[in-house]
Design a protein around this ligand. Sequence first.
Ligand code: PLP
Length: 219
Amino acid sequence: MSIQENYNAIKSSLPQHVELVAVSKTHPVSVIQEVYDLGQRVFGENKVQELTEKYPLLPKDIKWHLIGHLQTNKVKYIAEFIDTIQSVDSEKLIREINKEAGKHNRKIKVLLQVKIAEEETKFGLEAEEAKGLYEKYLSSEFPNILINGLMGMATFTDDKNQVKKEFLNLKRLFDELNKLHPLETLSMGMSDDFPIAIECGANSVRVGSAIFGRRDYSK
Ligand SMILES: *Cc1c(COP(=O)(O)O)cnc(C)c1O
């Protein structure tokens, strides 16, 4: 199927309340422009350098989401334009984003990345840590940052029950934090598991290869 067919099929399969983040990492700006021309405005990248190279070459009304691990010393390169940072996993990073966003008089949206996969993963907060961080944020002054949701990645497995269990765990945490103060976004689900994620309560999905095709890392 062509990119256009992939995109239209996914778009029309998503319930109205679910946001699609088109994950364009490794794909050239020409292809991103093609999907933009089909109406897509929210794109996700996982590397700061790749994002800062693509950003000036594409329309300015794109909402860029960073979905990969972010080092504090790189926040300054994206603070001027990033819409949402989905991969926030430390207080240090929250403070840095708040500081750099302030320099540009902006408010940057962030999601707390929570470890839900059974497999060992390097990045993400434990559920309790995420709760602690959210409580601290609610009682502090971070005028240039808005924590408005959670992001998680399920174990890479064919076991649908396992994936479902992990998504439901994150949904439970989302509901718990939502009671402290309302949150907007529950980002879970990728090309292989986004229908399950939506079933489990996701209202934002990050879809790459199902739109753009397989990534070629050899280029
Ligand atoms: C690459 C990536 C995706 C998209 O993965 P696909 O399987 O290509 O849909 C989603 N989320 C994160 C955090 C990613 O790094």
